[in-house]
Write a protein that binds this ligand. Structure first.
Ligand code: WTA
Length: 659
């Protein structure tokens, strides 16, 4: 564990990526971000953030930018008061932009709705009046279990307006996951739908709520939006239809200002062990950073851009980059209800063309899926409106980055690879379009106002070319304010490892290249140690998918009696190769050699298994834990958070028949 990855030829090879893409003079001339922002922020970080906060509407200004006296519990904009929902809707109407479209909503079956900022203000006001009429008051927690429909946005903003703390639970989670989250936050109400459209069919959601709520006495009311039109069971006195509750309410509501540190939301995220952590975010600092990053990282021009973030509102990306950031900035955005291959695999390109999307923010896993579906699909649509592309969620391998650039961005649109976490609240490390010369696969540099370091085991910053752990060494406005109800776990998880230095430990491995740019190498728990050499699973995956026969790859470190860990790769081969067994065997030999050539013999997978699918969560993350079970010949563990729980059977049975 103590070996210096900087001396590891394997890691150095990954970073031999030498292509850079400087911004065009034309883009740079019109960009929101400037190189000076780095210097300004470095000169006086707190003054820089105060300037960003001033972009919002505050009822009462703050007396102190940052209070870090009770570290690691931060207070930003101390004494300031604002209403987050007012900032996301009313403010734009007051500025004369009520007619601007806030949301182009696209339902999976092809229905659509257009919601202007004036509409948004009215709907949020109605919803707030409705929630108040249920007896919900400031400080109460509300669980939201809904898919991507406008009512989800109205609900979140109505909560923010009233000072209710929302807890969105991804609609793909099970009733048990919902139950434990409701229980942990002691939510008083659940807002849900009858059902959601997934791949052309209605998937009921209400039954999961009924099951969960049967065991959560804190819940007094369940509000149900009619969307799927499926039959639902009904508990009189507890359940109420959204249309019966909301539609007749007044569309006037005066927003009360809340303290900058008032809890805005809780969002649960899985830790390495135990029950999910309820990550707590508050109001003023969070909104400041969400809006600032959205404006600068995506170069948002609210008057002319059409922005689309393909994440789900159930994840933090949806919170910060569908709801709070874009709406605080008065953006026009697309929200799409369904799956990317419904009714066909070019649905996203069709939507880009239909609405003239200019900024498109998505995830590497989806980009690689698009690659698998074929280059011809984006080519069939007019994507010329796209001018900025973004990626988030995992390290993006250079191959996928280049494909995105070429086939979606027409070799013109800058790509921003944005590193952040549920815990950070907003983007932390990313290129700035118009300023940064981008590099395929690197998130590059902390944003102005943000400080991050790559450090070794002892907390010492490593030099150029060195690798280690990513830490955040200075507090930031959007940072989590703790884990709901568990301050000790907050300290232990994030602040104990580099406690001596007072750094936040992100749990990610990272490396500097010779220019000092940051490369994220995946979670530290996904970094393998083979014969004392630290090798990232991402790095091997990247090498594998750079081979023409490979569509997707996932790599795990399996216990090995000789080398500590051995590299086991699971690959999906591209059409044609997979069908032919002889070609398949040949491909495996070729791939092992390819990895050896790309990275070094040490990274040669011990074993490569050809599989038809990879186990992924609904958010698209590969569940390496399950693959590790297969690689180590164990019984496969808990599969309940898989998007498709039959995938593991498919993988296991395929492997059996190969033997
Ligand atoms: C990973 C999603 C590399 C990382 C916003 C982090 C990334 C975890 C990137 C947080 C990126 C996210 N490059 N890795 N651009 N973005 N990650 O909480 O491991 O769902 O710690 O937040 O995703 O995932 P979360």
């Amino acid at each position: 564990m103590t070996e210096q990855s900087g001396q590891n030829p394997a890691l150095d090879n990954l970073l031999s990526e030498s292509r850079t893409f400087p911004p065009s003079a034309e883009f740079a001339a019109q960009a929101n971000a400037t190189a000076e922002m780095y210097t300004t922020a470095d000169a006086d970080r707190e003054a820089f953030w105060a300037t960003q906060a001033e972009q919002l509407h505050w009822e009462t200004s703050w007396s102190k930018v940052l209070d870090w006296s009770e570290a690691p519990f931060a207070k930003w904009f101390v004494g300031g008061k604002l209403n987050v929902a007012y900032n996301c809707a009313d403010r734009h109407v007051a500025a004369g932009n009520g007619d601007r479209v806030a949301i182009h909503w696209e339902g999976e079956p092809g229905d659509s709705r257009t919601i202007t900022y004036a509409d948004l203000q009215r709907e949020v006001s109605r919803t707030a009046n409705a929630f108040a009429s249920l007896g919900l008051t400031k400080g109460d927690r509300v669980a939201i279990y809904m898919q991507m429909i406008p009512e989800t946005v109205f609900t979140m903003l109505a909560c923010a307006r009233l000072g209710l703390t929302h807890s969105v639970v991804f609609a793909g989670f099970s009733s048990e996951a919902l139950r434990s989250r409701i229980d942990d936050a002691q939510a008083k109400a659940v807002i849900t739908v009858d059902g959601q459209f997934r791949r052309g069919k209605v998937a009921p959601l209400k039954p999961a709520v009924d099951e969960a709520v049967a065991q959560t006495p804190s819940v007094e009311k369940v509000v149900v939006v009619k969307r799927g039109e499926n039959d639902v069971a009904w508990t009189e006195g507890r359940d109420i239809w959204w249309h019966d509750l909301v539609d007749h309410q007044s569309d006037q509501h005066t927003a009360e200002a809340h303290d900058a540190e008032h809890p805005l939301y809780i969002l649960y995220t899985s830790g390495t062990t135990g029950k999910p952590k309820g990550i707590l975010h508050t109001s003023g600092g969070y909104l400041t950073q969400a809006a600032y990053t959205h404006r600068n990282v995506f170069d948002l021009k609210p008057e002319s851009d059409v922005y689309w973030c393909t994440a789900d509102i159930g994840w933090v990306t949806g919170h910060s980059y569908i709801v709070y950031g874009p709406l605080a900035n008065g953006a026009t955005q697309v929200i799409y209800e369904g799956t990317p291959n419904s009714p066909h695999e070019a649905r996203h390109w069709e939507i880009v063309q239909k609405y003239g999307v200019t900024i498109y923010y998505t995830a590497p896993t989806l980009i690689r899926t698009f690659m698998k579906w074929g280059d011809h699909l984006p080519a069939e649509y007019d994507l010329s409106s796209l001018r900025v592309l973004g990626s988030v969620g995992e390290p993006i391998n250079p191959e996928a980055w280049m494909w995105f650039r070429e086939h979606v961005g027409r070799n013109q649109a800058p790509i921003v690879d944005t590193w952040w976490q549920t815990e950070t609240g907003a983007i932390m490390i990313s290129p700035l379009p118009g300023v940064t010369a981008t590099k395929p696969g690197s998130a590059q540099r902390p944003l102005p106002g943000i400080s991050a370091k790559v450090v070794d085991d002892t907390g010492e910053q490593v030099g150029p070319g060195g690798g280690g752990y990513l830490v955040l060494d200075k507090p930031w406005p959007g940072m989590l304010r703790g884990i709901w109800g568990d301050p000790e776990r907050y300290r232990d998880t994030y602040w104990s490892r580099f406690g001596a230095q007072g750094y936040y430990f992100a749990g990610d491995g990272a490396k500097y290249d010779e220019d000092g740019d940051v490369w994220l190498l995946g979670r530290v728990d996904d970094v393998m140690n083979v014969s004392g050499h630290r090798i990232s699973t991402t790095e091997v995956e990247s090498a594998l998918v750079s081979h023409p026969t490979v569509a997707e790859a996932a790599v795990v470190g399996a216990t090995d009696p000789t080398t500590g860990q051995g590299i086991v790769a699971f690959v999906i081969l591209r059409g044609g190769v997979a069908e032919d067994e002889a070609k398949g065997t040949e491909a495996i030999t070729a791939l092992r050699n390819h990895v050896a050539t790309e990275i070094g013999p040490i990274a040669k997978p011990r074993q490569i298994m050809v599989v038809p699918e990879l186990p992924k969560t609904r958010s698209g993350k590969i569940m390496r834990r399950l693959l590790r079970d297969v690689a180590e010949n164990r019984q496969v563990g808990d599969v309940t958070t898989l998007a498709d729980s039959s995938v593991m059977d498919l993988i296991s049975s395929g492997l059996q028949s190969d033997k």
